[in-house]
Design a protein around this ligand. Structure first.
Ligand SMILES: [Zn+2]
Ligand SMILES: [Zn+2]
Length: 382
């Protein structure tokens, strides 16, 4: 795929300031975010594009390389050896472009500004990759995932204070978690807020720390999450588990978890939208005489009737044996492609019989059949 100019993607000109780029990214990322455009593939593509453009243009080194060499610049297209995909775009969205905003809720809720104290206390979001078999995807269902995350400390109930003691309101910031700094310059006076240095922005001071969590109110541990997977998902689809990310600092609100689906390659089937393709080998006598053959399916086995005289390359359809549609009712099919099997070795008797058969004009394809064969099998999976 040819790439669009990163400046054009972000709708800024070439001398845009870092602030312009950030603003443009935020505006576009919110517009195209998958949470707001459920199932809209075009919006998803745009979301990925703006994420990729922002990754490059927000980094001074990458931007300068890009300005000089374009998309071929060293380090510019380097996204860990893979294409920039949806999970990258979501990560950029969570980490980069929106740091300091306090997460999704605030962006989409259109709500009030989050205080420094709340922002610092909120647990971070987690991105959890989930590999799924085609069988799991076809049926959907519940999956258990074991992950390591920050959990609320049960000894201090998340307060961070040792049993029998309590956190005190920070005397420096009065519990707000931020302090005002006044800067004077020839342009005038500026008031800026910064996280309180005395309490690191938490609004509280702990004199006696909880021995289990060291005053954090949380510690790293294993948890098992139960995830309900809708049938029909594919690589790059993700599920949002609100409040299932890392526990907040000293009782702050938890982050969210994003479970990102990765479809495993199947050893027998190939996915084609919501249909699955199975390539079946049949012998020449089976193809010529017809037969009933058992084939594997995503949920067991099914019987396929081979009509006498079937051509190699022909596709038979097992209705409803594919994958359920993700966003609509209905279910895909299993497409069974017939391929002629040729034995590697022949016995003397087999050779003799085949040599006799080879004399028969009826066993040779006629000229018009040779010509029409390609046309017949070319669109087999449409
Ligand atoms: Zn504790
Ligand atoms: Zn303070």
């Amino acid at each position: 795929m040819s790439k669009s100019d990163y400046y054009a993607v972000l709708e800024v000109d070439h001398n845009a300031t870092p602030e312009d780029i950030k603003k443009a990214y935020r505006r576009l990322a919110i517009r195209y975010h998958p949470d707001k455009n459920k199932g809209d593939k075009q919006a998803e593509e745009k979301f990925k594009e703006v994420g990729e453009a922002y990754t490059v243009l927000s980094d001074p080194q990458k931007r300068s390389n890009y300005d000089r060499f374009g998309h071929a610049a060293p380090g510019v297209g380097d996204f860990g050896g893979f294409d920039f995909d949806l999970s990258d775009a979501l990560r950029i969205f969570m980490e980069g472009g929106f740091s300091g905003f306090g997460g999704f809720g605030d962006i989409f809720g259109g709500g009030t500004r989050v205080s420094t104290r709340e922002r610092i206390r909120r647990g971070s979001d987690l991105q959890i990759p989930l590999k799924l078999d085609l069988e799991d995807i076809a049926a959907g269902g519940t999956k258990k995932i074991k992950i390591s995350r920050l959990k609320t400390c049960e000894q201090c109930s998340g307060s961070g204070a040792a049993p029998g003691s309590r956190p005190n309101v920070c005397g420096t910031c009065g519990g707000r978690g931020e302090v005002r700094q006044v800067t004077r310059s020839f342009l005038g006076q500026f008031v800026q807020t910064a996280p309180c240095p005395a309490c690191a922005g938490t609004g509280e001071v702990i004199s006696s720390k909880c021995p289990k969590c060291g005053g954090e109110g949380r510690y790293k541990g294993d948890v098992t999450l139960s995830v309900s997977i809708p049938a029909g998902v594919t690589t790059g689809n993700y599920l949002t588990l609100r409040g299932q990310g890392n526990a907040g600092l000293r009782g702050g609100p938890p982050g969210d978890a994003y479970v990102v689906v990765e479809e495993k390659q199947h050893e027998l089937f190939e996915r084609h939208g919501d249909d699955v393709i199975y390539r079946m080998l049949v012998s020449f006598p089976q193809a010529a005489l017809g037969d009933d053959i058992d084939v594997p399916t995503l949920d067991g086995r099914a019987r396929v009737t081979i009509p006498a005289g079937i051509q190699s390359g022909k596709v038979l359809r097992l209705k409803g044996k594919g994958i359920k549609h993700l966003n609509s009712a209905g279910i895909g099919d299993q497409l069974v492609m017939v391929n002629l099997y040729t034995p590697g070795k022949l016995s003397a008797r087999e050779r003799q019989l085949l040599e006799e058969l080879a004399q028969s004009e009826n066993l040779k394809p006629r000229e018009e059949e040779r010509k029409s064969f390609f046309r017949k099998v070319k669109d087999a999976f449409r």
